[in-house]
Write a new protein. Structure first.
Lengths: 274, 170
């Protein structure tokens, strides 16, 4: 073993130990991306974008070879129509409830939020099993800031920007257990907190629901509106429910509305009126 | 071509290989799971390089790549920075001192690196009380198993790079 512990090996081990401690400490105390991460992200950005573009092309070519184009177009059209119809239905239920509240509150009227979007492509995904996040192709140079809400083209919530660099940003998705979003059930108005889970089937969990809440399968769950998330964005659909561990409240399992498995592009809400 | 130029070419190609591994892990396979788990390619690649180049150079390469990996925002980065060079050096040392340089020691080195790195990240999360899936240990074992299957590919790739950087076979 003498030969193994040469002077150079000791130096490498010492450097590794020092760097590991440094990374751990910086990781704990820093808020958002560190300078080192920003530089690395900047260097990697073009490679990630190029690779993502190649992967997209390959996938499209594969689709072209093995699937019917028409079927795909029809599927896209139907998706869009379903999203529109769902939004209409959700709006109706929401308006009915709001109408009751507004009548009760002497006719106060709530403004509809106006969204300003920035679009970006997904260039890479977190490679570990413990985190669900993706890197997108735009950063602070394009006006992306931490805390922006990311949605799909159909207005389904994808997640939130948690780190930014000049030409890249990290979106932590709603499936990540660190994400907690204030939400309500569109049809009934019961409120709770939607959180990511490690469930194999990629479901979300809505916690802190009232014990008397009536939960129906396929009920839509939307954001209630907060600093980061505008009101009435679709999070998912109820797929299961039960009493939580305390027995005091209820929880619901949700199927996320956004198809994160095939996500290529996201839209970031840069501005909205709450 | 001088020895210095050959070395430069070889390590440039190893670095390009690392970039390929990083992009494969994040941009190509980052959103794909195999029986619920993602692949961990860097420990395998670092072990193959260490088995080819010896423990000192392999360890230094593993340290640099792990630091870059951590800076790219990968979770568990700090754990990798210490354990990847350590595992790679042990793998490189055993290969050069006790066995012949071939695929099987590289598989052993990859296994060591995977168990050290992914195992440590798992244990760290377990003891720090981070939220974990119910079958987390199974996922880690699957991840190690599936990732290990890529060793022949990286062993072949590093072999080609070693040859390209040493065209005269010196």
């Amino acid at each position: 073993m003498k030969k193994f512990f040469s002077g150079r090996v000791k130096m490498i081990l010492a450097a590794a130990m020092s760097l590991a401690i440094l990374f751990a400490v910086v990781g704990v105390i820093s808020d958002g991306a560190t300078l080192g991460q920003q530089i690395t992200g900047l260097v990697l950005s073009p490679f990630r974008s190029a690779t993502a573009a190649v992967v997209r092309q390959v996938e499209q070519f594969y689709d072209y070879l093995f699937r019917y184009d028409a079927l795909e177009a029809e599927n896209e059209l139907l998706k869009q129509r379903v999203a529109e119809l769902e939004e209409d239905a959700r709006d109706v239920a929401q308006y009915e409830r709001e109408n009751e509240y507004l009548t009760a509150l002497l006719g106060l009227q709530e403004d509809h939020p106006d969204f300003t979007f920035r679009s970006a492509y997904v260039t890479s995904w977190e490679s570990s099993n413990w985190k669900t996040a993706c890197t997108i192709s735009r950063g602070t140079e394009s006006g992306i800031t931490e805390g922006m809400c990311a949605v799909t083209a159909y207005g389904q919530v994808v997640g939130m920007v948690t780190e930014t660099g000049p030409t890249w940003a990290t979106v932590t998705t709603i499936l990540d257990p660190s994400m907690e979003i204030s939400a309500s059930i569109a049809a009934s108005g019961y409120t709770g907190v939607v959180q990511g889970s490690y469930d194999k089937d990629g479901t979300l969990r809505m916690n802190y629901l009232a014990s008397g809440a009536v939960l129906k399968n396929n009920d839509q769950v939307v954001t209630t509106g907060s600093t980061f998330y505008p009101k009435n964005l679709l999070l998912g659909y109820i797929s299961d429910a039960g009493h939580d561990e305390t027995g005091v409240g209820k929880f619901a399992k949700l199927t996320p509305a956004a198809d994160l498995g095939d996500l290529e592009q996201v839209f970031l809400i840069a501005d909205y009126q709450s | 071509m001088t020895q210095r130029q050959r070395n430069l070419l070889r390590w440039s190609l190893y670095s390009a290989g690392f970039l390929l591994v990083l992009l494969l892990s994040t941009s190509v396979l980052g959103n794909r799971t195999f029986l619920g788990t993602k692949l961990s390619l860097l420990p395998v690649y670092a072990a193959c390089v260490a088995c080819r180049e010896g423990h000192e150079q392999g360890g230094l390469f593993a340290l640099i790549t792990a630091a870059f990996w951590a800076l790219s925002g990968a979770s568990g980065g700090a754990v990798f920075v210490f354990l990847l060079p350590l595992g790679s050096m042990v793998a490189g040392y055993i290969t050069s001192a006790y066995v012949t340089r071939s695929l099987m020691p590289a598989v052993g080195g990859s296994l060591l690196n995977l168990v050290l790195c992914e195992g440590a990240v798992y244990v760290q999360r377990l003891f720090l009380g981070y939220p974990m899936p119910a079958d987390a240990s199974r996922l880690v074992l699957l991840q190690i198993g599936f990732s290990l299957l890529t060793t022949p590919l990286f062993w072949w790739l590093t072999g080609k790079i070693a040859k390209a950087g040493d065209p005269l076979g010196t």
